[in-house]
Design a protein around this ligand. Structure first.
Ligand SMILES: Cc1cc2nc3c(=O)[nH]c(=O)nc-3n(C[C@H](O)[C@H](O)[C@H](O)COP(=O)(O)O)c2cc1C
Length: 190
């Protein structure tokens, strides 16, 4: 059997009472039986509550978490037409571990479903030599789509976007993993 790749699911929000928990819990339930990916979680809130004020080792922690991942899904809300500062702090804490790896987005918010946050994140990840996926999951008025138990009222609609995104992410993750192995990305140019 082929070895599973590692997929990091990244929480974009670090707010207490965040809706990100509902969206990400649903996503993790959907992906947990994957034959292709093992999941790892990158959550700024859990990092902070575990480390308290000693958050200085964020870079070290992210070096390991991003370094071991072959692909990423960023679950991001939209704040004032952008993405959360906590997410930027995570992203900026490391550089090379992002290189030549694919990044997909699950976004949520009001009418826009977080797409303005995603468009800004594409610029950021471009600078990090990551490949961002065109296809993602967009949850407009996200709070109206989940029941109190965190289940989607109409799962099929959202699953169609998720499955397409995962097919594309699998292709990119496999392709770039094998390309990184054949030629380390940091060796191709100074
Ligand atoms: C500071 C702030 C700014 C927001 N700005 C926007 C916005 O520009 N567009 C939008 O669609 N929703 C906006 N919202 C609504 C959020 O997308 C929504 O509350 C979402 O659930 C927040 O994610 P979180 O609870 O996981 O942090 C904003 C929310 C906050 C707290």
């Amino acid at each position: 059997m082929t070895e599973k790749m590692t997929l990091a699911v990244i929480y974009g929000s670090a707010r207490q009472g965040r809706f990100c928990d509902t969206v990400t819990s649903w996503l993790i339930r959907e992906l947990s039986s994957s034959d292709i990916f093992s999941l790892t979680i990158i959550d700024p809130l859990r990092f902070r509550s575990a480390r308290g004020d000693k958050a200085g080792d964020l870079g070290e922690w992210m070096e390991r978490k991003v370094g071991e991942a072959d692909a990423f899904i960023v679950v991001t809300p939209e704040y004032n037409h952008g993405y959360p500062a906590a997410l930027k702090e995570l992203i900026d804490s490391v550089y090379e571990p992002w290189h030549a790896k694919p990044v997909a987005f699950v976004s949520y918010g009001g009418a826009s479903g977080g797409i303005r946050a995603v468009e800004q994140l594409r610029q950021v990840f471009g600078e990090l030599h990551s490949v961002t996926l065109r296809d993602g999951v967009i949850l407009a008025k996200a709070w109206s789509k989940f029941d109190a138990a965190g289940n989607l009222y109409k799962p099929e609609e959202v699953q169609a976007s998720l499955f397409l995104m995962m097919d594309r992410l699998t292709w990119w993750a496999r392709t770039l993993k094998s390309a990184r192995k054949a030629t380390p990305y940091n060796e191709i140019a100074a």
